[in-house]
Design a protein around this ligand. Structure first.
Ligand code: FE2
Length: 561
């Protein structure tokens, strides 16, 4: 089997986070996996990367500014207030506001973004991020143990380079967050194989095939309890073969959620380690650029076994591994057999009844027959350069990216500082504030977001029960004991650049300017003449504005650099 250049993303801190003592999601599983991978001597055979942690700006490529700001601020102590008594952002007990939540998210997301960059740059053939794969996270809300959708962020990165991205999800739960994000585009085909029927998140039927331009490009394979290796392959092989044939992806992202393994605490499938890893072997053979991500998986020792074995599959050395586990710090966890294996059990395979698999396979094939093969992509849709370069900043990629990112980051911090000061100084807003009545997508620049309708329901991934979420009004009443978070504007700040005074000013707050600049004088002088470029490219805040001299009456306490 030919060699592949494998990049392995791992941040040593990831295993230190804890959702809650009794919570089924254990970030510690990544550390146990890593130790096994290391003990098997695989690190020497891969390019090991400590990924750059995702910045708030990188996260807002998909998530709303408001949600990212919330995640960056919430703590166990403030979560009741900031979620308006659990009516917004976080869901039920599934997504607690644990200590270090934001850091954990930035590690997970940073890994998937860096994995995508490794492939796009041509530096690796396969990139692995077991801390990623958190497929339930939504644009403006956490769900099913997931807060940031690292998969969507990684795919967005891939779309800079590749024409068509295939996303395959073998987690026991439907990959709803990723499907939703790309539901209306043919640039990404999503295919989720999952349990359906009274099971979280409740979506993912074969009627859900995409919409608009994306119609036909969302594929769902809803299964029943107890699917075993053989029946899984009987549907995986033909469906994937057809997808590769028809869609002709340029790159593949495989979410290897390990709760589809036999004996998982929350899952209900019956795959062995080898049956699960078959999907990795399948796509390795296809020989397209490949990203492997983690996901669910709640029987920790089996998650570690599966992802270790799948790392070996990526390297093509799985047949050489000793099935007796090597010594690690966590060796005791793997008793009584201490072997690299996850066996099936005696569960009944409910998929074998009534030719259910035949019907699902036939429906999937029909859907794939009906789509336009290998949808073409206009060159303008695939910018090969960075966003900065695409917008005309800088001479080379790194320079361009730095210029834009720095500008956007400083603007973001400025606006939040202004908002904090604004709220602190103007209590009357709490009285006069009114929600607008429409704008369901929350995308219009001048409208405020509609609050969730009363009676919102959410399913818990822990027990698959549906719960009523209190209406936002109730949460609002609770929260006004603190301060309502009105006027969250982020990139829609009222702050304006005033050419006369060479300062950013806020209407109604005379004399108030930006916090102190952090760059040196010499750097400023080098940048002279760049402000116009910035303005012409639609970024409302020029560099010079961000670098204005500090005044005694500046707002806030300075930027958080
Ligand atoms: Fe899952």
């Amino acid at each position: 089997m030919s060699k592949r250049r494998v990049a392995y993303c791992y941040d040593n801190d990831v295993g230190a986070f804890t959702y809650a003592t009794t919570h089924p999601m254990k970030p510690h599983r990544m550390r146990i996996t890593h130790d096994l991978i290391s003990a098997y001597g695989m690190l020497e055979q891969m390019h090991v990367i400590r990924p750059k942690r995702a910045s708030p700006e990188a996260m807002t490529a998909f998530h709303t500014d408001e949600y990212i700001n919330f995640l960056s601020r919430v703590t166990p102590e403030t979560h009741m207030e900031l979620t308006y008594h659990q009516t917004r952002f976080l869901t039920l007990d599934d997504n607690p506001a644990f200590e270090g939540l934001y850091e954990f998210c930035s590690i997970s997301a940073g890994g998937s973004i860096d994995a995508a960059k490794r492939l796009a740059s041509g530096a690796s053939d396969i990139a692995i991020n077991w801390a990623g794969g958190l497929h339930h996270a939504k644009k403006r809300e956490a769900s099913g143990f997931c807060y940031i959708n690292d998969i969507v962020l990684g795919i967005l990165e891939l779309l800079r380079t590749y024409a068509r991205v295939l996303y395959v999800d073998i987690d026991c739960h439907h990959g709803d967050g990723v499907e939703e994000a790309f539901y209306t585009t043919d640039r990404v085909m999503t295919c989720s194989i999952h349990k359906h029927g009274d099971f979280f998140p409740g979506t993912g039927t074969q009627n859900d095939i995409g919409k608009g331009k994306g119609k036909g490009y969302s594929v769902n394979i809803p299964l029943q309890d107890g699917i075993a290796d053989e029946s899984f392959r009987s549907i995986f092989d033909p469906v994937m073969g057809k997808i590769l044939d028809v869609y002709q992806p340029s790159v593949v992202v495989l979410q290897c959620g390990a709760d589809s393994l036999a004996g998982d605490k929350l899952g209900c499938f019956n795959l062995t380690m080898h049956g699960h890893a078959y999907c990795v072997q399948y796509f390795r053979k296809v020989n397209l650029p490949l990203i492997l991500l983690g996901g669910g998986g709640y029987t920790v020792k089996n998650v570690a076994r599966a992802w270790t074995y799948e790392t070996a599959c990526a390297l093509g050395i799985e047949d050489t591994l000793d099935t007796n586990l090597p010594w690690t710090e966590f060796f005791d966890w793997f008793g009584p057999r201490y072997r690299l294996e996850v066996s099936g059990n005696n569960m009944v395979d409910a998929n074998l009844k009534d030719n259910a698999l035949d019907r699902i396979r036939t429906a999937a094939m029909k859907q794939l027959n009906d789509i336009q093969p290998a949808p073409s992509v206009g060159m303008h849709d695939v910018p090969r350069e960075s966003v900065g370069q695409h917008l005309g900043f800088g001479k080379d990629e790194e320079e361009g990216r730095d210029a834009l990112d720095e500008s956007v980051a400083q603007h973001a911090r400025l606006v939040y500082n202004l908002q904090e000061a604004d709220l602190a100084s103007d209590d009357s807003d709490a009285e006069s504030y009114r929600w607008d009545s429409d704008d369901s997508m929350g995308s219009s620049s001048r409208r405020r977001r509609r609050h969730p309708r009363p009676g919102k329901k959410r399913m818990s991934i822990m027990n698959n029960q549906v719960y009523d979420i209190p209406s936002y009004e109730n949460g609002f009443e609770y929260a006004v004991s603190g301060k309502p978070e009105t006027r969250r504007r982020f990139f829609q700040s009222v702050a304006r650049w005033d050419a006369r005074y060479q300062k950013v000013v806020i209407p109604g707050l005379a004399g108030q300017t930006l916090p102190r600049a952090t760059r040196s004088r010499s750097e400023e002088s080098d940048d002279e003449g760049e402000d116009d470029d910035v303005a012409q490219n639609g970024v409302t805040l020029g560099k010079r504005a961000v670098q204005s001299d500090y005044d005694e009456d500046d707002l806030g306490s300075g930027m958080d650099e």
